[in-house]
Design a protein around this ligand. Structure first.
Ligand SMILES: [Fe+2]
Length: 347
């Protein structure tokens, strides 16, 4: 039963002052804001970043700031509803668009937050993780998990841009975020594990059966494989089946990072994606295609490489406007964290 709770102002001033002197706070005036009925109170609002707006400014950063002065030349996609200075797209997800020009390197380091790179444009970029050289082609997902050494380079021509997504807001909020710099990594000369040891789903090195599960056995998910899988799925799915694939750890079949989760969504020509409300906050990044979205009643129009922040518990409708072409979206969410903590829900 709902009751009107007492306010702070109803309490005598001398009582309030004594509480404050003793570092005490009465719960009841704030109880409803901590535990509102039915739905959480959310500061986060839906937000759209269109790549054609961001790209010129990112290219200009390449002229204005040499890589040595940036280490990571990134424009953060900061959601103004969450305060630009806190560098959050959603309460738990940091996003940035990173530019690396030919011949540049982003030096070796490791840190407590986990990161992923999702390649937006360009050829010849690579990420090195613990000596494994991971080629970066448009649409590839690259993992740089917590604590693993990683550096970036570019041996091609023209700019390379990728979307960074990190669990930084969460790790920072628990005051556990830090970084260590290191010497350049020695490279092993093997092909990356997506081409070698974990070439196809359902297969893994035999020896892996007799050792503890590798926390991060696969650190690159090539887009050409993911797109082919989505197209094969489309060819065999019913007209109302949602074409949605999760990126997982091939040894466990579960999410590939502990806090943030990643998936790829295909929308058929004219299809509207209207999933259940989820307790997870999310980011939708357009790989290919164009269309409209309505997020909590806010309408937006998206195109290739647009990025959309979606609050927790949001009502979502995403429509592929093309009558002939598929659209493909990359999805980041904090569902893995919420599942582990026991409060992930769909409504
Ligand atoms: Fe990093």
């Amino acid at each position: 039963m709902s009751h009107q709770l007492g306010t702070l102002e109803e309490l005598p001033l001398d009582y309030r002052n004594t509480l404050t002197d003793l570092n005490l706070v009465p719960l009841w005036p704030a109880l409803r804001s901590f535990l509102p009925y039915g739905r959480p109170t959310r500061a986060c609002e839906p937000m759209l970043w269109r790549y054609e707006d961001v790209r010129p400014l990112l290219m200009r950063a390449g002229d204005l700031t040499p890589i040595e002065k940036a280490e990571r030349r990134v424009l953060i996609l900061a959601n103004p509803s969450l305060d630009l200075a806190t560098a959050r797209a959603t309460p738990t997800i940091y996003l940035g668009l990173q530019l690396i020009n030919p011949g540049e390197t982003a030096p070796n380091h490791r840190h407590s937050p986990s990161a992923i790179r999702f390649v937006v444009e360009g050829e010849g970029g690579f990420t090195m993780v613990e000596g494994e050289r991971l080629p970066m082609e448009k649409g590839d997902l690259i993992l740089t998990p917590s604590g693993l050494w990683h550096e970036h380079g570019h041996t091609g021509s023209g700019p390379v841009v990728w979307l960074d997504a990190l669990d930084l807001p969460l790790v920072y909020s628990v005051e556990a975020s830090y970084c260590i710099e290191g010497e350049d990594q020695p490279r092993n000369n093997r092909a990356d594990s997506s081409q070698a040891t974990y070439r196809r789903s359902g297969l893994q090195p035999y020896a892996a059966l007799d050792r503890p599960v590798d926390t991060y056995p696969l650190r690159r998910y090539p887009w050409r494989e993911v797109k082919a899988a989505l197209m094969d799925m489309a060819g065999h799915a019913g007209p109302h089946d949602v074409l949605h694939l999760a990126y997982v750890n091939p040894e466990t079949g579960r999410e590939c990072l502990p806090i943030l989760g990643f998936s790829a969504l295909a929308l058929r020509p004219g299809e509207t994606y209207a999933p259940k409300r989820r307790s997870a906050s999310q980011v939708l990044h357009v790989i290919e295609g164009e269309g409209d979205a309505v997020i909590d009643g806010i309408e937006m129009r998206w195109g290739e490489s647009s990025t959309i922040a979606v609050p927790t518990h949001a009502e979502i409708q995403v429509r592929n406007n093309s009558s002939t072409k598929m659209a493909f979206l990359f999805v980041v969410d904090d569902a893995p964290m919420q599942r582990k903590l026991g409060f992930y829900e769909e409504f």
